[in-house]
Write a protein that binds this ligand. Structure first.
Ligand code: MRU
Length: 321
């Protein structure tokens, strides 16, 4: 029998006794299942910055619990919010979650936000699976599964739903240099779900597409600008160009908490530069964590509300109204 699916509280939760935020340390997966206990909002911010928890919706959920922890400890909630918001700059979910808890930084509200994000995943997964044909061989990048959303997953959630409907034949998983979220986390989640998958070196994608082995590319997002330009894990833009060249659709699956209508275009999305040592400690290195895929290369943006098509400036605004 395979490993059981992770429950949302296995990924991140709040514990009232000796108040703390407990999260599955994603840096250790898949080799070790180790939890990290954060006793202050500063600890939660460090866990987000150091990527013990990662993925746009999951860091929003963790920040929400971190704010609730600060409030429970009688700390300055505004200061805690500012420390948590500064942990990682690209994903809009972080600030969105903190704003959502501004008037009520209670544990109950943080838990509700977590539950709502998982529900959003289930809805968007159902909408995205409607786009897939029977016999689909999909390619995904980074990790947009339950680990990245606090439960079920966005792009991987769509793949799970498609598999349950009998539409999915295979998933190719880009390994996702330098931290290997694809090879470590997505492959682990697909294994648990019993979905046939193959990990690829990121550089193997072009020839696989040329060989006609990929029917669609499906990814999550960290921030979607008002015009549909989308920031996601570094390498997504290259995949989008390759997909367009080979006539393969690219679907972005993300909750409305990732859509940031206040950011007009991708040019205004802050791109996180991570420590060069994540690539090499021996030579000079540059380590942008994300890139921006222009809206023109995206076939559809799927949220919990449904499928958005270009022009995204109209469809996303209408969905938000
Ligand atoms: O640097 P990470 O691992 O936080 O990057 C995560 C991604 O790029 C995901 O694709 C994105 O957050 C969507 S998660 C549902």
């Amino acid at each position: 029998m395979g490993r059981r699916d992770l429950a949302p509280e296995d990924i991140v939760r709040y514990e009232e006794d000796a108040p703390s935020v407990v999260l599955l340390d994603q840096r250790r997966l898949p080799d070790e299942i180790v939890e990290l206990r954060c006793r202050t909002a500063v600890d939660v911010a460090a866990a987000i910055r150091d990527m013990a928890i990662r993925g746009a919706p999951a860091i929003g959920v963790a920040a929400g619990y971190g704010l609730a922890l600060a409030a429970a400890r009688g700390e300055d909630v505004d200061e805690a919010a500012s420390i948590l918001a500064g942990a990682r700059p690209t994903a809009s979910n972080l600030v969105w979650a903190l704003e959502s808890l501004r008037d009520d930084p209670s544990v109950e509200r943080a838990r509700a936000l977590h539950e709502e994000e998982v529900e959003r995943c289930r809805s968007m997964a159902a909408h995205a699976a409607d786009l897939l044909e029977p016999g689909t061989r999909a390619l995904t990048h980074c990790n947009a599964g339950g680990l990245a959303t606090g439960g079920y997953g966005s792009a991987v959630g769509a793949l799970r739903t498609a598999a349950e409907r009998g539409l999915l034949v295979h998933v190719f998983v880009g390994e996702t240099r330098p931290l290997l979220q694809g090879a470590r986390l997505t492959a682990w989640e697909l294994e648990t779900a019993g979905i046939p998958h193959t990990v690829l070196a990121d550089s193997a994608t072009a020839s696989l597409m040329a060989a006609g082995e990929v029917d669609c590319v499906i990814t999550g997002a960290d921030r979607i600008a008002a015009n549909g330009d989308t920031a996601n894990k570094i390498g997504t833009y290259a995949l989008a160009i390759l997909a367009a060249h080979h006539g393969i659709p690219l679907y972005v699956v993300a909750p409305t908490s990732t859509v940031d209508l206040a950011t007009p275009t991708g040019a205004a999305i802050p791109i996180e530069l991570r420590p060069p040592e994540e690539i090499t400690a021996r030579f000079p290195a540059r380590n942008p964590a994300f890139d921006v895929t222009p809206a023109a290369l995206i076939t559809a943006i799927v949220t919990e509300l449904g499928v958005n098509r270009a022009p995204y400036s109209e469809s996303l605004a209408a969905a938000a109204a």
